[in-house]
Each structure stands twice: as structure tokens, then as C-alpha cells.
Design a protein around this ligand. Structure first.
Ligand code: PBE
Length: 270
């Protein structure tokens, strides 16, 4: 019934993703900060795949829905959705994605370290790879296509870096679409410079632990300052923050654009 309050129409439910994601912790905070919890709102745990499929269905039938949303991600390309304003700044403004290496990598593999330092790209470039993967192309193939199509960029990433001569590099990542893209691209760039790179997907906490305890060489999956902030705070003295690999990421709540009256998180109480 479209005349009902929004909350009632959608069972006071925000459709979320996996429990370990930073965006879930931020959304729990938002439920408190905006008094949503008091007003019956709750956050549903699911997965990125389930969330985007629920969103897809809602949009097909023009039904209201509120989801945890972030960029870069193909959801903003495929679906007509908008971020809700966050006047109390729970999610933070822009996020950067950082490359985090184990301490000692710069000495043990200076060439690989230099490539990691020089590896950064734009949300548009990352989205090209993500959209391909979302369309069913194997992530490795999507990454190698990107590399073939962007020789100048790859030359900037590898400029002046020492060759690997078969040295093993272990990258760890969380299997988000964005990091599947960046990790596969960097792995192939490292291999093209003579490194032997393996990539391993993990949950967020084990990933940070493996870099902090020298079990992995690096990760490209650190959304900061907010989304992975609790892990960064915990491990920052035990890791090497190499730098930003992507600028202009964003995290928040999102709704379809046809929800014209809902433009801010505060509007959820309407
Ligand atoms: N994400 C994508 C992650 C960071 C990258 C927004 C789902 C998170 O919430 O932890």
C-alpha cells in the first residue's frame, strides 16, 4: 500500500550484505544515530549477491527498498539508484582504498613494493573490469583485457621497478567485486614483471591478520578511513600502509531514484 509509511511498506528493513562487512557495522551505527532502531528499523544480513538480486526485483516492480550501497560497484551502473544523504556523517564522506603490505616487503621485494606504490586507478577504470566480470567474463580474463587495453597506465605502474626473477608474491583480498578486479589486475602486472603471484580470498579479519603476521605480502582491500577503520586501528603498527590505490570510493544507504521523497537517511522516518 503506497499510502503507508515507508517503514511499514518494507517491514522496516534495510537489505544488507555479509555480517563481516564494514558497511554493516556502519549501518548498525546509523540505526542508532538516526533513531531508526527505536522506530522498529532493522538491518537484514545477506550477501552482496542476494542484496543485488533483491534490489533487481524491487526495481522491476517499482517497489520501495533500502539497501547498503557503495561505489565503485556495478549496482550504480546497472540500477537507477541514489545514495541517501547522511547529515550526521555516520558513513564518512569519501573513502579511499589503501594498499597495505606486510612490514619488510619493501626490503624483501623492492620491485614488487614499488609497483604496489605506483598502482592506482580511477573508479571508472575499476568499473570497466567489474562490469565485465558481472557480465560473466572470468575475472582473470577481464583483468588481462584491461591490461592489454591500457599499456600506458601499466607502464606508469611498473616504471623503474626491479624485475622479480620468479620471486613469489602472495596477495590476499576480500572477495568483493571491486577487490576481485584490483587484485587480479595487480597480480597480472606483477607477473608481467617476473613475479609469481598467487591471490587468496579471505574474510576481512583473517586478511588483516595474515598481512600483520607476514603470512601474506599485501592486500588491496582496505577501505579507509571508515569502512575498515576498526581493523586499521588494530593493526596499523604491524603493517605498512603503502598508499591509496583508488580515490573517491563511497559507502552509505541507497534507494531507487523513483523513491522521490526519500533523499536523506532522516527521511526513512517519514
Ligand atoms: N564493501 C565493499 C566493503 C568494502 C568494499 C563496502 C562491501 C565493506 O563494507 O566492508
Amino acid at each position: 500500500n503506497p499510502k503507508e509509511k515507508l517503514g511499514k511498506q518494507i517491514n522496516y528493513t534495510i537489505t544488507g550484505i555479509d555480517a563481516g562487512a564494514g558497511i554493516m557495522a556502519s549501518t548498525q551505527k546509523a540505526l542508532n544515530t538516526y533513531d531508526l532502531r527505536q522506530n522498529k528499523w532493522q538491518l537484514q544480513t545477506s550477501s552482496t549477491a542476494a542484496m543485488t538480486s533483491t534490489l533487481d526485483k524491487a526495481i522491476k516492480y517499482k517497489q520501495p527498498i533500502v539497501v547498503t550501497g557503495w561505489q565503485p560497484h556495478w549496482m550504480f551502473t546497472k540500477f537507477p539508484i541514489k545514495f541517501l544523504k547522511d547529515p550526521k556523517n555516520v558513513y564518512g564522506k569519501a573513502e579511499q582504498i589503501h594498499t597495505i603490505a606486510r612490514k619488510g616487503l619493501s626490503k624483501d621485494a623492492p620491485g614488487a613494493y614499488q609497483i604496489m606504490k605506483q598502482f592506482h586507478w580511477t573508479p571508472e577504470q575499476m568499473s570497466q573490469v567489474m562490469l565485465k566480470t558481472n557480465a560473466g567474463v572470468d575475472p582473470k580474463k577481464a583483468a588481462s583485457d584491461f591490461i592489454k587495453q591500457n599499456p600506458k597506465l601499466v607502464a606508469e605502474w611498473t616504471r623503474g621497478a626491479a624485475k622479480g626473477n620468479g620471486k613469489a608474491i602472495k596477495l590476499t583480498y576480500v572477495a568483493w567485486d571491486s577487490e576481485i578486479a584490483s587484485t587480479n589486475v595487480l597480480a597480472q602486472v606483477l607477473d608481467s614483471m617476473g613475479y609469481k603471484t598467487t591471490i587468496q580470498a579471505m574474510e576481512m579479519q583473517p586478511m588483516w591478520i595474515s598481512v600483520a603476521t607476514n603470512k601474506a605480502d599485501a592486500t588491496l582491500s582496505a577501505w579507509l578511513p571508515n569502512t575498515a577503520g576498526i581493523y586499521y586501528k588494530q593493526y596499523k603498527d604491524k603493517v605498512d600502509d603503502v598508499g591509496v590505490n583508488l580515490n573517491g570510493a563511497k559507502v552509505g544507504l541507497a534507494v531507487p531514484k523513483y523513491m522521490k521523497n526519500i533523499n536523506s537517511i532522516e527521511d526513512l522516518l517519514k
